[in-house]
Write a protein that binds this ligand. Sequence first.
Ligand code: F6R
Length: 608
Amino acid sequence: MCGIVGAVANNDIIPVLVEGLKRLEYRGYDSAGVAVLKSGNLERVRRVGKVRELDSALADSGLSATTGIAHTRWATHGQPSEANAHPHTSADTIAVVCNGIIENHDELRADLVGKGYAFMSETDTEVVAHQIHFFIEQGNEFFEAVTRTCALLEGAYALAIIKHDEPNRMIGARRGSPLIVGLAENENYIASDISALLPVTNRYLVLDDGDLCEINQHSIRVVDATGSEVSRPIRESKIKADAVELGEYRHYMLKEIYEQATAVADTLDGRLAGDRILEQAFGPESAAIFDSTRFVQIIACGTSFHAGLVASYWLESFGVPCRVEIASEFRYRAHAVPDDALVVTISQSGETADTIAALTEAMRIGFKHSLSICNVPESSLVRDSDICLMTHAGPEIGVASTKAFTTQLAALMLFAIAMGRRFNMDSDTEARLVSEMKTLPAKIEQALNLDEDIAEVAKQFADKDHSLFLGRGAHYPIAMEGALKLKEISYIHAEAYAAGELKHGPLALVDGRMPVIAVAPNNELLEKLKSNIHEVRARGGRLLVFADAAAGIEAEEDVQVMHVAPVDDSISPIIYTIPLQLLSYHVALIKGTDVDKPRNLAKSVTVE
Ligand code: F6R
């Protein structure tokens, strides 16, 4: 969603704000803006488009300041336009940036219009600026006016606010959307996440839900939801400032695809010992929680949901009863709550609104415990869960998730083994799985060697409008993930089917213009999949098959085969993901789309 940066310093903060926005652009990118304090006035620059448009507008303006807020937007209320871009102001005295959604903005707007306020945008955020202004006009001090405004707001939001005649002061508020305060020598900051501030500081504190804060150059004050002054622990981020830089790569997505061997190795690091997994990785309370669990409910969205589907095949093969559901569905339906059920949420960001709400709902209706598998340690999901297992993918900037997915699968395999031990998995199976897991980084590197061949094959896809992805068993969700990647970044319509479903409908679509991509690892379902391949060929379909050389699938005029190095079935969903990621990357490259920032999408979906 949107990204927020604010700074109070004793030298020019415009470069810090712009760099921070660039680092947050992955959250949303249809417009951007800054508001700064300048000699008792608010000055605002906003532009439609990416942060670079704003950057050049700021450079042209020659603006400099020591206090300011900035925002990169992903439209929810009102189209991307300069008028709708943040910051929003009231009477040229209050400027506000907001990430989230104010659900009762219509009601507040009507009330404020009745009080004489004129609205300049279609956004929900503008009500916040006017409401604060209204309370100040009523005689409230700035902080009090913000507190009273927040009490009126319904929804999920993070705010940063400045006032024209209060140089060196900024107020922040958080409810439901992430907000951190960055600390440095004689300067302090507010941001959606620490990655925005890494060039200037790695020290920060995380605001709790309901917190308000006020910062100036030298101090920070945090007040909790009850109005009491509180101190939040100061943390140091381990992320290196250049971890979010592109380096030699043309796109973050490609960089992140190539980082997967290291990211998976980092995720497994310290969690395998000899031929066993180390359950301690899940934290001290985990043993008792796992011991008492008789049912696993996985909840996630998008790519993380696909990881959950793969895990369900693993868990059930070890005798662990498991169900997987999309968070936005889970949260709004009635459930027959199983006894002794563990809810497992999977999320790269840990801030996905639907997943957080689904977890809350699950706990409300009687699910017993919660585990979060997540890539962001300070995120809401991690904090809301009983136990967690962090993936160590490092920051993922490309909107299309790649290394987050494969590290989730590695983490889920650890979890499946931990649970499997309590059901019908024996120690020999565990030893075999652990030894296969140790080969993952090398096998991922091997799969990356297909890059050039895939770039060549991708040329046949770029002019297609539709495609079908087929898989069976645990590779069906891998086909789903392949289809999601292709549609996200190349805008080619892609659908995934369990290969056995082909003849129950989708076969009607198959002809020479519909490429069919089959994921065909050498496992017990291979012969079944080969029959499905024949069904496609018999209808004049053109196939691209990912299979290992021993699978016996020969290239023919209508069948192209990409040979994936032999891999054990236990880990092959992770390995077969890599060529599908590369395929979508190269197709998008040929089509010339914005690979890292595909249209209409945002990295972190912090609104419903
Ligand atoms: C697709 C993608 C999304 C996310 C989904 C959940 O490439 O990235 O489908 O997987 O929005 O996000 P997280 O994992 O942050 O909860």
